[in-house]
Write a protein that binds this ligand. Sequence first.
Ligand SMILES: C[S@@+](CC[C@H](N)C(=O)[O-])C[C@H]1O[C@@H](n2cnc3c(N)ncnc32)[C@H](O)[C@@H]1O
Length: 295
Amino acid sequence: MRDHGVHEAVMVDQVINNLIADKKGNYVDCTFGLGGHAFAILKKLDSEAKLTGIDRDSESLLKANEVLEKDKRFSFINDKFGNIQSHFDPKSLDGILVDLGISSNQLDNPERGFSFQLKGPLDMRMSQSDKVSAETWINKSTKEEIAKVLWEVGEERHSRKISDSICRERDLSPINTTQRLSEIILASKPRRSKKHPATNVFRAIRMEVNSELQELQSLLVSAGKLLKEGGRLAVISFHSLEDRIVKRFVQGKSLEGQNFSFKKVGPKHFKPSQEEVIRNPRSRSAILRIVEKVA
Ligand SMILES: C[S@@+](CC[C@H](N)C(=O)[O-])C[C@H]1O[C@@H](n2cnc3c(N)ncnc32)[C@H](O)[C@@H]1O
């Protein structure tokens, strides 16, 4: 992965101290990224333990290869974590970590098209092998589909107005850069706070293009099947919709028909310390929930 800014892993101590109950166990980091959490996990584990990193972004391979060369406890899978069930046996894992969203490196690379602050192609795919980019989605979806995603996923009050402007503009010429989309959004809604007006729209499109909420749902159900009794699941989310899905799941509210259940580990959720938020402002909205499988 090229170095476009440095990604600092979030709430590392809280994750390590509460995820690892068996230092000889079999662990999976579902969102390897630049390996921040994975390095810390490996440091804590004994020599006979195992850690598998997963990431759908093949740019993670570079960092993963560095770890693979040095540490035989580690292996890497370039896939979506929603497919985790095809890689592990039922009741074989002691711990699963998921750190949702994208890394600072992905966000800060203009070529990836995630940022409304950088000029670049309107891409936003976490995996280059996925077919639908943000450009395809924005130019091919109906006005209603766009408004629905901006409203439901982006919680954007001006969803209809923005969707109308997008469809008007794309009739003139296809929208294919982050800058043009950002300008369309800026012209369609008032700027009322310090938050950039395009923040929610860009995040909603990214979440839609990468099916992020569906991936999370699949991962949670798979985690219930793949964890051993006493195995632990740690999820860091940055968005209220994601956290709501995790919360409902760990409370057993979305588990009808499943024959497993969880109890919480530590407080109802963990938040970053004030020092961490000052050092790493990106951690500000992070919520970590950790649970243990009881049956
Ligand atoms: C917030 S970053 C993780 C950073 C990592 N914990 C670290 O310390 O470097 C999220 C990573 O998860 C990956 N990712 C997001 N959704 C994924 C999915 N459904 N399947 C696999 N990887 C995913 C992204 O490509 C990104 O590299």
